[in-house]
Design a protein around this ligand. Sequence first.
Ligand SMILES: [Zn+2]
Length: 275
Amino acid sequence: MSGGILFLIVFFSAVAVFISIAIPIAINNDRYKKFIEKHSTAIKELNLINDKYKFSPIPNFDMKHSYDNENMYSDISCWDYLTYQLVYIQKDVNVALRNTLINKKLFDEYKKEIQDTCIFSKYDTDEVLKNQKKLDKYERKLFMKVFKTPVVDFKIVVVLVLTNINGRYRQSKYDTFTAREIKDTIYRINEKRGNFYLNNDVWQSICRVERGKVTNRMRFFIYERDGYRCQICGRRTRDLEVDHIIPITKGGKSTPNNLQTLCHRCNYRKGSDIY
Ligand SMILES: [Zn+2]
């Protein structure tokens, strides 16, 4: 019992000591912070400079996609996936690329003007606080808060994830693409004659990603819709496959209305008719 009382006495005196030390320190720190906010000429100059520079916000184009089929996951590279998506989003990406370049140029001017104008540890008052180290610390802290940090380095991160059929994570891979690589890819995508891509790598990438859109989940949906029967010979066999009615290489998409159930034999024959 006396042990309990002793504990309480020690505990409360520790709290009292803590409060009597912490509160004056906090009040003192607040005084330094307010002094900087009010009197730092560097931060006043920075605010004036900030008003002159308008940086463009750069949207995030990072991509993430999940495959529930190990073959698709291993077949498709991050670059394949990027290429496929750039076909659709290249306009917005081009705008972002341009704006990032403008930001970069502007940011260099911004930093130079700050360097030429902002002088630290200079205050527009006669009031004196003696702890210079503390003043410098708060001035740097506030300065970094007010300092603008626009996006000046454009990149896209592509993450591909392998899951099981129920969506549970198994593994993943990722790649980061620089502005230069993205621009090159867009350029190659646009080397077309009519609907045909002239760059074979680009075309192969697009076909791989389109093929990869047939998930295992979708595959079973198509089998079920077709009554587990080959849509050419009508057989119900164990070796059913999902076939693109208009082949991907002819511009067909991986949408249910372009997919049908075929047995391996009919699919093979259909394949040899086309090529
Ligand atoms: Zn068949």
